[in-house]
Write a protein that binds this ligand. Sequence first.
Ligand code: HSE
Length: 295
Amino acid sequence: RRVKAFAPATVANVSCGFDILGFAIEALGDQVTVSFNDEARLRVLRIEGDGGKLPLEADKNTCAVAIHAMLLHLGSRQGMDIILEKGLPLGSGMGSSAASAAAALVAANVLLGEPFTKAQLVPFAMEAERVACGAAHADNVAPAILGGFVLIRDYHPLDLVPLPVPEGLYCTLLHPHLELRTEDARSVLKQQVSLKDATVQSGNIAGLVAGLYQNDLALVSRSLKDVIAEPSRALLIPGFYALRTAVMQEGALGSGISGSGPTIFVMSPSEEQARRVGAVAEALYQELGLGLDVY
Ligand code: HSE
């Protein structure tokens, strides 16, 4: 028996929620097929769509690392074969490694007769993030597994809070043609935060969560600000501020770095608006002589 699962792209941080907030994107993502083998080990048989860049070794591949963590928890030596079909670009800030781990876990869990709830799978996926980027953050894997917006209220112990998704909220993903490793994008972050910045950031994250609950897109818009990670990381993304100015003039609700970048997410109050944002971004990047994919 084979089980195939899909997990979506995710936007982590959502500006003011560094490492504690993320949401899932519809339709775009990775697929993983899992089946039992008699080898008492995990084998990654094939990876499609990664241009040969991802490791097949079970201790480095995020699908295998996540399933390994799950089997360890069960005390099981069950072998499994894994096939990964990448739909997401690597090093893009769209939660590519998280989507692979999430899809692998959901498929393996079904194959095993669902010993875990979806929320219980999140810590196993975090182990895959640790291997992928050195930090076991949950703001991609939690929404990749659970869908919607998820708040990670605490990591010790893990406290996941699914949040409502307001109606009429659309996201455009703008992916400049460059790869940024999460590990590198984390290394540029300041290790100290001033009291003033901590206060501003807290106000915005509280405002964003309130805006999601109240279906208040104006409040969501006012809260989409990041004074902690964005100032350091924006320098790694050509045209970041010019793009913000252009999409805000177009009537977007807000924009920010998706996860650790270089993808930029833009929130809009309608599908039409979200498409216009994509067109504006493409025109701007063309002027800058840079390549850009719009999702
Ligand atoms: N919260 C993580 C970071 C997300 O910003 O490094 C990585 O996609």
